[in-house]
Design a protein around this ligand. Structure first.
Ligand SMILES: Nc1ncnc2c1ncn2[C@@H]1O[C@H](COP(=O)(O)OP(=O)(O)OP(=O)(O)O)[C@@H](O)[C@H]1O
Ligand SMILES: [Mg+2]
Length: 245
């Protein structure tokens, strides 16, 4: 396992975001230090908004510290250089580029020698099982391969914080399991902390030692995943969405 540095931690302090009359985040605080931390909650709870604030797409009241740096204040290209990687609820691949070139465009914007970048790219393709697809156009990939490409994009260029927004959406159970195995490897391979949003509670339970639960923009629970899922307030928030199993 890559050793976590002194302050390998993502700290959200009193984040508040309003869209007109909707309070998407209401004074949310949490300190993520697990290799993989979960963010769960019903639709519209504020999960994606949280990632948008962390990645600086959205401004919020409050502050964020990632390994001691206020990353939300960094310009987008600086965030990438700092080590922020993210996948979106819909993958953002360039369909007219090959799988390898979808990774290369990220590496092109980062420091490092061509040789280092080649090795980095090759490792990401290998780990994700995409090596045989490297020269195929992204537009010709199936849903699972697109998702794997998304993960590969998050592995390259020395990431420090990787965020996945519903990576298992639309995948079969078997694909979800394989994707989960891959996401569980991200920290060991790169040293990055991972934040994972998903509606699949089994996946969250399997991968995340700690989990934040949001409901209507509020933090209703945070801590060890098992304890959080057993919390009556969390079960109440999920009532009617899925039966507690
Ligand atoms: N750009 C926006 N403009 C207006 N309202 C927004 C915007 N983005 C999000 N919202 C609202 O903020 C709230 C939180 O949305 P968010 O997308 O963070 O939820 P979520 O937890 O990711 O939900 P889901 O599980 O459906 O993806 C919702 O009420 C949503 O309608
Ligand atoms: Mg969302």
């Amino acid at each position: 396992m890559a050793a976590a540095e002194g302050a390998a931690m993502i700290e959200l302090n009193d984040l508040t975001v309003r869209f007109g009359g909707v309070t998407a985040l209401d004074a949310v605080s949490a300190r993520f230090k697990a290799p993989v931390s979960g963010i769960i909650g019903p639709n519209g709870a504020g999960k994606t908004t949280t990632m948008n604030v962390i990645s600086g797409f959205l401004r919020a009241q409050g502050s964020i510290s990632a390994f001691g740096t206020d990353i939300a204040r960094l310009a987008p290209h600086r965030r990438s250089q700092w080590g922020l990687r993210r996948s979106f609820q819909r993958e953002q691949l360039a369909d007219d580029l090959s799988v390898a070139d979808n990774l290369q465009v990220i590496l092109d914007a980062l420091p490092g020698t061509a040789q280092e970048k080649r090795a980095d790219l090759a490792q990401a393709l290998e780990v994700t099982g995409l090596a045989a697809r490297a020269q195929q156009l992204a537009g010709g990939l199936n849903t699972f391969e697109r998702r794997l490409t998304d993960v590969a994009r998050c592995l390259i260029g020395r990431p420090r914080l990787v965020m996945f927004d519903e990576p298992a959406g639309g995948l079969t159970q078997d694909e979800t399991h394989r994707l989960g195995t891959l996401i569980a490897q991200v920290h060991g391979l790169t040293g990055a902390l991972v934040l994972l949003i998903d509606h699949d509670v089994d996946l969250i339970q399997r991968l995340c030692s700690e989990t934040l639960v949001l409901d209507f923009g509020r933090r209703i629970a945070f801590g060890e995943t098992r304890a959080v899922l057993a919390d009556p307030a969390v079960q109440a928030a999920y009532l009617g969405i899925e039966e507690a199993g």
